[in-house]
Design a protein around this ligand. Structure first.
Ligand code: FAD
Ligand code: SF4
Length: 473
């Protein structure tokens, strides 16, 4: 008889919107064993092809069925440095779970029946942390006197640093912000990724000897050339895509309109929800509109609704999106959670303008209805305007979450570093080396906004090529 997927435990919606507690509670041993027992142990495990870093999913699931959790942890760690992080944030429904044979052919994302690979990965990642399992360093004497610099401490930088440090290289990470983690710290809220998990992973790197220097912007505090002159044998750039895109509609500069980056950074990094105990304030509207359909929009909406609740405001947060739910790039789980929490959705509408009051604060937003036409180059059906269908809604705060672009602080002052028309760094796809000898790059600064696991995949490849490069010099 077909076994049903094991449901994951979650905090009740009415409880969780009172704060930033983690929503998904994870499997216990019994639940993990039951879910793992549903895996068919396929001869041709298609799930592995769906994983951007090629984790041996079939083997680690088998090891769970045998209660060999240590073995499962080591299996995952061969390909993924941060299973606890990825088990929480990977869009598995578009990756390994979608490729699982239990997903119906042609589905745009994983079927419910597909094995919950990400929850099993999280179970094992958390086990590894709880048990303090360390993946041994393979210090090699030939690397021990070498120094390599990593710029940026997001998943790309952290993963690259870990790979190099485990070989005995002295790694220094330069981070522009006062805390490390990149989007994992300032973007993704603790309700999806508790900070103690992130801290454990970063502390582990520090134990390996990685030095993290915060408040240090390469391109301003020092240049790339300075680093090379300072004796770093190679440099990895994990600069991310930290610059927000805007709608370019009238009224966008009115007060109380935030980019998602600013809004989430104020709340997650600067802890604005504890103002005035923490110095950064954030506005909280009565009618909040979030524009966009990705993870950033979902995170912004869920944070905004919690701020309303925590401040005694009747929650009224609406996501507006120009396509329909099926085309939304956000993780399906986040969409479901947002709905359960009371976030409203308006599909097939596009922003036309923001209207302000006499003091310059946004008070309304005008939208135009759309319908879907043939798919565009992204493969998703293209929204087209319905003339004359415009209407206005109340909006005293808005968050714009319509995409991110390359962070260009460093690239702008380094003309010899080749970039493409989007400002992304151009690399050799086999080695991740840039146009400057000895300088490598990976993560969102290469090819634009991606995922955590893709960033890690690129940086692992770069680390390998960097080791090869430094011994050849
Ligand atoms: P980042 O995480 O952006 O890190 C770059 C770091 O470099 C930053 O700390 C920055 O301060 C630093 N930096 C930049 N320039 C300099 C400089 N010149 N000098 C020194 N430091 C510098 N992906 C998923 O897989 N699942 C999700 O659920 C998910 N949710 C997301 C939610 C939000 C709100 C956002 C914004 C993104 C989300 N993503 C998600 C995407 C994912 O977070 C990114 O793909 C990933 O973080 C990219 O990693 P990175 O290391 O390249 O860049
Ligand atoms: Fe097969 Fe899915 Fe198990 Fe992978 S996870 S081995 S595709 S049943």
């Amino acid at each position: 008889m077909k076994k049903s997927p094991v449901k994951i435990k979650e905090l009740e919606a009415s409880e969780r919107i009172k704060g930033f507690e983690e929503v998904v509670l994870g499997y216990n041993e019994e639940e993990a064993a039951l879910e793992a027992s549903r895996c068919l142990q396929c001869k041709n495990p298609t799930c592995i092809e769906g994983c951007p870093v090629g984790i041996d999913i079939k083997t680690f699931i088998y090891q769970i069925t045998q209660k060999d959790y240590r073995g499962a942890y080591l299996t995952i760690r061969q390909k993924n440095n941060f299973p606890s992080l990825c088990g929480r944030v990977c869009p598995a429904e578009y990756q390994c779970r979608r490729a699982c044979v239990l997903t119906k052919k042609g589905s745009p994302y994983a079927s419910e029946q597909a094995i919950n690979i990400h929850f099993l990965e999280r179970f094992i990642g958390d086990y590894g942390i709880k048990e303090g399992i360390e993946v041994g360093s393979q210090d090699e004497a030939r690397f021990s006197k070498m120094k390599i610099a990593v710029v940026g401490s997001g998943p790309a930088g952290l993963c690259c640093a870990g790979e190099l440090a485990r070989k005995g290289v002295k790694v220094v990470i330069f981070e522009g912000l006062h805390q490390s983690g990149g989007v994992l710290r300032y973007g993704i809220p603790p309700l999806r990724l508790p900070r103690d998990i992130l801290d454990v992973e970063i502390n582990y790197l520090e134990k390996l000897g990685v030095k993290i220097i915060p408040n240090f912007i390469i391109g301003k505090t020092k240049t790339l050339d300075d680093l090379l002159k300072d004796g770093y044998r190679a440099v990895f750039l994990g600069l991310g895509a930290g610059i927000p895109s805007f709608l370019k509609v009238p009224g966008e500069n009115l007060c109380n309109i935030y980019s998602a980056n600013e809004f989430l950074t104020r709340v997650n990094l600067m802890q604005a929800y504890k103002f005035p105990r923490f110095h950064t304030p954030v506005s909280i509207g009565k009618h909040i509109i979030i524009i966009g359909g990705g993870n950033t929009a979902m995170d912004s909406a869920r944070v905004a609704l919690r701020l309303q609740k925590m401040n005694g405001i009747q929650p009224d947060t609406t996501i507006v999106y120009r396509r329909t739910e099926i085309e939304m790039p956000a993780r399906r789980l986040e969409i479901e959670h947002a709905k359960e929490e009371g976030i409203k959705f308006k599909f097939l509408v596009k922003p036309l303008e923001f209207i302000g009051d006499e003091s310059g604060f946004v008070s309304k937003m005008r939208l135009l209805e759309c319908e879907l036409a043939e798919p565009d180059e992204s493969g998703r059906r293209r929204p087209v305007d319905i003339p004359g269908s415009d209407f206005a809604i109340s909006c005293d705060m808005a968050v714009i979450a319509v995409g991110l672009q390359a962070n260009q602080i460093l690239t702008k002052v380094t003309p010899q570093l080749k970039t493409d028309k989007y400002g992304d760094v151009v690399v050799d796809p086999d080695t991740m080396e840039t146009s400057i000898k000895g300088v490598f790059a990976g993560g969102d600064i290469v090819g634009g906004e991606g995922t955590v696991i893709e960033a890690m995949g690129m940086s692992k490849k770069a680390a390998c090529a960097m080791l090869d490069y430094v011994v050849r010099q």
